[in-house]
Design a binder for this molecule. Structure first.
Ligand SMILES: C[S@@+](CC[C@H](N)C(=O)[O-])C[C@H]1O[C@@H](n2cnc3c(N)ncnc32)[C@H](O)[C@@H]1O
Length: 267
């Protein structure tokens, strides 16, 4: 099966980065105009169980990855922070803590049900410390140069054009602003990589069928991860779109990677 293997073909990767021609959502391919609705329908179908499934499937590791990512961003009191593709707001809650409640944190996501789950989740949001905005990462509903720091967690690979997403994030960041992108990557160790393949392509969908009644959304998850470029290539994309690379942290042998980049010009 095409998607079972990690994509090591540069041309395919570049196509998936640029969103030209047909685009993919896991093993499915479609016209670019059809992808946002497909992605929204997917996240709508998993919203209610999204946090639980994440925690079960990653054995709670995703919280550690998110904490280390937000630490890497070194937020300062008073900063305005935007969490693009923020979903149920885990990164935003960590940002609220890091800011000590002084500053502004906004979640932007185009799936209403994910935002609603997030808004109901915990006290920080009830206290009005997070603004929940329904909007598209490829056309962010904020003014130019209006945020100090930006986070995108497990979101960029779902965009129709990650390059357009990078341009939009560049536009809304103030000059010198930092962007933290946390995304799945490819495990470094080949033996670990095989085990991870077995787990994510076979065990996870089976567990999902038993717990949530359908394995398909989690098969899609494993597919989208394999079709997305590894960490180095994502770093290059940010560089091409006007960011300077500051750090790249491999997490759990490279299952995920946290990229920290900085806007270099005043664009
Ligand atoms: C895998 S979830 C990640 C949620 C959260 N950042 C986290 O780390 O738990 C991806 C999120 O990206 C959102 N998303 C995908 N494409 C988007 C787009 N073009 N604009 C805004 N949100 C988008 C989905 O609705 C979903 O909530």
């Amino acid at each position: 099966m095409r998607w079972f293997q990690w994509l090591d073909n540069g041309r395919n990767r570049e196509e998936s980065l640029d969103g030209q021609g047909r685009v993919s959502f896991g093993a499915e391919t479609m016209q670019p105009a059809d992808k946002p609705a497909r992605v929204r329908a997917h996240f709508d179908s998993v919203a209610g169980k999204y946090d639980l499934m994440n925690t079960l499937f990653s054995f709670g590791l995703h919280y550690r990855w998110k904490k280390r990512s937000v630490d890497l961003l070194r937020l300062e009191k008073g900063e305005a922070v935007l969490d693009v593709c923020g979903g149920t707001g885990d990164l935003s809650r960590l940002a609220v803590k890091a800011l000590g409640g002084q500053g502004r944190v906004m979640v932007c996501d185009f799936t209403r049900s994910m935002l609603e789950v997030g808004r109901r989740k915990r006290a920080e949001s009830a206290a009005g410390l997070i603004d929940w905005i329904q909007g598209d990462a490829e056309s962010i509903p904020l003014r130019d140069q209006s945020v100090d720091a930006l986070m995108i967690g497990f979101g960029i690979r779902n965009l129709t054009s990650p390059r357009q997403g990078a341009r939009e994030m560049h536009r809304v960041l103030k000059p010198g602003g930092r962007l933290l992108c946390l995304e799945f990557s490819k495990p470094v160790n080949p033996v670990f990589c095989r085990l991870y393949d077995l787990y994510s392509l076979s065990v996870m969908p089976l567990m999902a069928r038993l717990i949530a009644g359908s394995g398909l959304p989690y098969t899609r998850l494993a597919e989208t991860i394999r079709l997305f470029p590894a960490a180095g290539e994502l770093g290059r994309l940010f560089q091409e779109e006007g960011f300077r690379r500051l750090a790249c942290l491999n997490l759990t042998n490279g299952i995920a990677a946290a990229h920290l980049v900085q806007k270099v010009d005043s664009g």
